[in-house]
Design a protein around this ligand. Structure first.
Ligand code: GDP
Ligand code: ZN
Length: 306
C-alpha cells in the first residue's frame, strides 16, 4: 500500500498516535524507534507511515527535525531525553497567585529554552487575582531584558485572544508548574475539553502518568497548519542536558553582555576576581534576583556532574 506522511501527536513505549491529514492513526514502532536514544520517535516528529488496516499503520521512517527540546533524564543513568521535536517556541506559563509565582522556576524554563535555541514567551495566567506588589516589580524586569510577557486570565477570558495570536502557525511547548491553569488555557485555545484540576494525564491505556507529552493541533482553516500547543507535564523540573557551566550565563540576556568583561574566560561569576557579571550586579545593571537564579541553575548543573 502507498506510504503517507504524518506527525506524531502522542507516544507510549511501543506505539505512537500519528495525525495523517485529519485522521489519527495508531502506529506500531519498530526496533530502535522504541528506545530513548538515537533514532527514536518523539511527539512532533514527522514520519512516513505504511497503512496497516483502518486507522492503523507502521512507522517506517522519521524525517529530519528542524528543532528539538531536550532535557536530562535522571532515571536509569543520566542521558539526553528528547521531549519533543519540531518546536518553534517555549511558552512559560505561571500564575499571578495560587500557586505563587516562582521566579527561580521561570528562569530555569527560560534558560532551558535558550539552551535549545528556542525563543520564549512568558504568560502570567490568573491575572484576575492581583499580582503582589513585590512580584510585580520583579516581573517588570523581564520586558526590560527582552522577554515578551503576556498577562492573561483563563477564568475571566482576558488576553486569551492575544495569546491565540502568539501561538498561531507555530508549535509551542507549554511549560509550567501544575495548578497555574495550563489545562484551562489549552482548553480555550484548542477547543478540546481538557481535564482541569488534574495533576496527571491519562494515557491511552487509561493509566495515569506524569510524563506523557501531548501535541494539540490548534484550530484553523481546513487543510492549513494553524500550529500546535504541546503539553509537557513536569517541564519545571527539566534539567539542562550536557551543558558546560561557563555556558549558562550567556543564555541569560541580562547577564550575557557582561560575560566578556570577566578576567577569566571560564569564569563562573561566583567569587573570581575581575568578574564582569558581579560588577554588573553591584552596579545594579543586573538584578540580584536574576543573579541568584543564575547561581541556583549553576548549582544544579554542578551537582549533576559530581
Ligand atoms: P494546570 O494544572 O496548570 O493544568 O491548571 P488547571 O487548568 O487544572 O487549573 C488549576 C486551577 O486554577 C483550577 O481550579 C482552575 O479553575 C483555576 N484557574 C485556571 N485559570 C484561572 C484563572 O485565570 N483565574 C483563576 N482565578 N483561576 C484559574
Ligand atoms: Zn565572571
Amino acid at each position: 500500500m502507498t506510504q503517507t506522511t504524518g506527525q506524531v501527536i502522542f507516544r507510549s513505549s511501543r506505539q505512537v498516535t500519528v495525525r495523517v491529514a485529519d485522521e489519527e492513526w495508531s502506529c506500531e514502532l519498530r526496533g530502535l524507534m522504541r528506545r530513548d536514544g538515537r533514532g527514536t520517535v518523539v511527539v512532533g516528529d514527522v514520519v512516513t507511515v505504511e497503512p496497516d488496516g483502518p486507522g492503523k499503520g507502521r512507522v517506517m521512517k522519521v524525517h529530519p527535525r528542524r528543532s528539538q527540546l531536550s532535557r536530562r533524564r535522571e532515571s536509569g543513568g543520566a542521558r539526553e531525553l528528547v521531549v519533543a521535536a519540531n518546536i518553534d517556541q517555549v511558552v512559560a506559563v505561571f500564575a499571578a497567585r495560587q500557586p505563587k509565582l516562582k521566579f527561580g522556576a521561570l528562569d530555569r524554563v527560560l534558560v532551558a529554552a535558550a539552551y535549545n535555541d528556542l525563543p520564549a514567551l512568558i504568560v502570567i495566567n490568573k491575572s484576575d487575582l492581583q499580582l503582589p506588589a513585590q512580584q510585580r516589580e520583579r516581573l517588570d524586569v523581564y520586558p526590560r531584558i527582552g522577554y515578551r510577557v503576556l498577562e492573561v486570565s483563563a477564568e475571566a477570558q482576558q488576553g486569551v485572544d492575544r495569546l491565540r495570536d502568539e501561538l498561531h502557525g507555530r508549535a509551542s511547548v507549554v511549560a509550567g508548574p501544575s495548578g497555574v491553569g495550563k489545562s484551562s488555557l489549552l482548553s480555550l485555545l484548542t477547543g478540546l475539553e481538557l481535564r482541569v484540576g488534574e495533576v496527571s494525564h491519562a494515557n491511552e491505556k487509561g493509566k495515569h502518568t506524569t510524563t506523557a507529552v501531548n501535541w494539540y493541533p490548534l484550530p484553523g482553516e481546513p487543510g492549513a497548519d494553524a500550529g500546535a500547543a504541546v503539553d509537557t507535564p513536569g517541564f519545571r523540573d527539566y534539567a539542562l542536558w550536557g551543558i558546560e557551566p561557563p555556558h549558562i550565563a550567556p543564555l541569560m540576556p541580562d547577564l550575557a553582555p557582561f560575560v566578556p568583561r570577566c578576567r577569566f574566560s571560564n569564569c563562573l561569576h561566583l567569587e573570581e576576581p575581575g568578574c564582569g557579571v558581579i560588577a554588573a550586579v553591584e552596579a545594579d545593571e543586573v538584578t540580584f534576583e536574576r543573579y541568584r537564579s543564575y547561581v541556583g541553575i549553576l548549582d544544579s548543573v554542578l551537582e549533576q556532574r559530581d
